[in-house]
Write a protein that binds this ligand. Structure first.
Ligand SMILES: N[C@@H](CCC(=O)N[C@@H](CS)C(=O)NCC(=O)O)C(=O)O
Length: 213
């Protein structure tokens, strides 16, 4: 039986979606630990029918899919403060989480981050051809996301929400590549928002080793 005030995360340590869940736990003041569990391991295949990470145990529940996990943590342990009560802001929050998950993450993951990871970890030649092919689409997504954050302080509207956590944790690894940094540098509103969100305690507490000063 899980400790009711403890979150056990199973996932890879350097993972966008693991960081999203860690960040929401930090915002909620919920203690957490990670057990390193590769996505394609037998253990994870039992935990997640689509073989993705993270999965979690909390309050005696086994949960997977980050949106469901984050909403559960925020509702059960944080008074729902990361989800706007106002219907229009709530729709904006859901919209920007969907955009980040369904459009930005897949192209950035396959077209930019995985080629860099393979190069850095497996020491294979950098697949610049894959990166070059993906950059126009990534640039288009960044432009759309920048337009939104030019018109409002946070993605859902006036208040910080789950949408800011999803968008930040998906954008930040892009910004950590030279190509992503090059695309983001001229997008001033987006850069300012990244700096602002990057100063939150929950984001600082979940920094990856490559982000440490
Ligand atoms: N829809 C899933 C996506 C999770 C996801 O894509 N996780 C990545 C790591 S950041 C993963 O499991 N990648 C391994 C793979 O796709 O094989 C969620 O929201 O939790």
């Amino acid at each position: 039986m899980s400790n009711p005030s403890f979150l056990h995360i199973h996932g890879t340590i350097i993972s966008t979606y693991t960081r999203i869940v860690q960040t929401v736990a930090e915002e909620a003041g919920l203690s957490w630990k990670i057990t390193a569990t590769p996505a394609n391991s037998e253990e994870n295949q039992r935990r997640h029918p689509f073989h993705k990470v993270p999965t979690v145990e909390v309050d005696g529940l086994q949960l997977f899919e980050s949106v469901a996990i984050c909403q559960y943590i925020d509702n059960a342990h944080n008074g729902g403060v990361l989800q706007p009560a106002d219907h229009q802001c709530r729709a904006e929050m859901d919209r920007w989480i969907s955009i980040a998950n369904n459009y930005l993450f897949p192209v950035a993951e396959h077209g930019l981050l995985m080629p860099h990871l393979a190069h850095n970890v497996l020491k294979t030649p950098l697949r610049s051809d894959i990166i070059e092919a993906a950059l126009p689409e990534i640039a288009r997504h960044l432009g759309i996301i920048c337009d939104r954050i030019e018109e409002t302080p946070f993605f859902a509207g006036p208040k910080f929400s789950l949408a800011d956590i999803f968008v930040y944790c998906i954008l930040r690894p892009i910004q950590l590549t030279s190509e992503g940094e090059h695309l983001i540098t001229p997008l001033l509103p987006l850069r300012h928002w990244l700096n602002k969100i990057g100063q939150r305690d929950s984001i600082i507490a979940t920094r990856w080793p490559i982000e440490q000063d």
